[in-house]
Write a protein that binds this ligand. Structure first.
Ligand code: MG
Length: 174
């Protein structure tokens, strides 16, 4: 009964509380929200010339308030961390650690983030996933070092930036 009560309390946690947990998890994995905002800025600058990095950061924060997105981030980061500790079973452990381009589930988690923001989020994600600008490329490179796994994290970061770009597009463009 107590367990059920804890579960219900947890589900009722207001999103800002969970948003702080998500921000801490991202920071623990070396992700700075400003770096995500910089990706969003580059994506939207051609369409919204008045855009500022502060506006981008505000939209990144808004994206992190959405429950479905918070859950996708939690799942992806947890799988990276478990893989680093060899705590997944085979064949999943090798698939996640190997970060093979045909694994595909890292992108599926990213889709569950951008899907909340419609087609602009999806096309932006495809673009950054291919080019790996800024912090995405850094995370991808760092994840190939011994003892480190960023298989899900680079896609999560690209998806957050793309979702924020879509959020800005919905607000500022006609
Ligand atoms: Mg990946």
């Amino acid at each position: 009964m107590d367990n059920m009560k804890n579960f219900e309390d947890n589900e009722r946690l207001n999103n800002p509380k969970k948003q702080n947990i998500i921000k801490e998890k991202l920071a623990e994995r070396g992700v700075n929200l400003m770096d995500i905002a910089a990706l969003t800025y580059d994506l939207q600058k051609p369409y919204v010339p008045t855009i500022t990095i502060d506006i981008c950061l505000e939209h990144v924060n808004n994206v992190l308030l959405k429950r479905e997105i918070q859950h996708a981030i939690l799942v992806g980061i947890e799988l990276d961390v478990l893989a680093e500790k060899d705590l997944l079973s085979e064949p999943l452990l090798s698939l996640v650690k190997g970060d093979h381009s045909l694994f595909g589930v890292d992108e599926t988690i990213a889709f569950s983030i951008v899907n909340v923001y419609g087609s602009i989020g999806l096309t932006n994600f495809g673009y950054v996933d291919k080019l790996k600008p800024g912090v995405i490329g850094e995370l991808d490179g760092a994840g190939k070092r011994e003892g480190r796994c960023n298989t899900f994290l680079d896609d999560i970061v690209g998806a957050i930036a793309s979702a924020a770009a879509s959020s800005i597009a919905h607000r500022y463009t006609v």
